[in-house]
Structure formats: structure tokens, C-alpha cells
Design a protein around this ligand. Structure first.
Ligand SMILES: [Zn+2]
Length: 106
């Protein structure tokens, strides 16, 4: 089944490019658990999206997380910083995500 075209589009807060939601990493401001990286896109709360790309990650870091805090409408600077640290794993090594999606290519 070719269902890829029905995937919702979201805008990366780093480069402002609209991409299919599946190609972006979600960061969620959860009501109970603070700011969390949410690659599966399942956590509750307001979400922001960023490309799994070192350039976009660098954009977020350059502004000391202010862009991310604005996107999530949170004042949780420490939580945002921790989420950016966690995001580095995904953003700098996008193949980590690809492996889980394209495991049939092995
Ligand atoms: Zn981007």
C-alpha cells in the first residue's frame, strides 16, 4: 500500500522546512514529565519538530534553546537543555532512526 502521501506535514523549527512528520523528530513538552525527545511521536503535550540533521540541531543550540522553548511555549530552560542533549543522539546520527525504519534492507 502506498500511504506515504497521506502523512501529515510539519515544519522543522531549525530550518523552517516543511517535511512529512515521519522524517522529523518530535520534541514534546509533556504535562507530567517535562520536555522530552519523542521520536515515536506518542507523548502527550505540545510538540515541536526538527529534522534529524546536524545543521538543524546546531540552529537550536545556537539560540540556547530559546527557539525550542518558544515553540513549546515553556519556560523550562533546564528541561529544554536536557532534551537538546538527548536530541543530539538522534540529530547527529540520523542513521539510528533509518535503521529502525528500513530494517528489511539488511
Ligand atoms: Zn530542519
Amino acid at each position: 500500500m502506498a500511504t506515504t502521501r497521506s502523512v501529515p506535514v510539519r515544519t522543522c523549527i531549525g530550518c523552517r522546512t516543511a517535511r512529512p512528520k515521519d522524517e522529523l523528530v518530535r520534541i514534546a513538552a509533556t504535562p507530567d514529565d517535562g520536555v522530552r525527545v519523542d521520536p515515536a511521536g506518542r507523548l502527550p503535550g505540545r510538540g515541536a519538530y526538527v529534522c534529524p540533521d546536524p545543521g538543524c540541531y546546531a540552529q537550536l543550540r545556537r539560540r540556547s534553546g530559546a527557539m525550542l522553548r518558544r515553540a513549546l511555549r515553556t519556560d523550562d530552560a533546564a528541561g529544554t537543555e536536557a532534551a537538546l542533549d538527548a536530541l543530539a543522539t538522534v540529530a547527529v546520527h540520523p542513521e539510528v532512526r533509518d535503521r529502525t525504519v528500513r530494517s528489511e534492507n539488511a
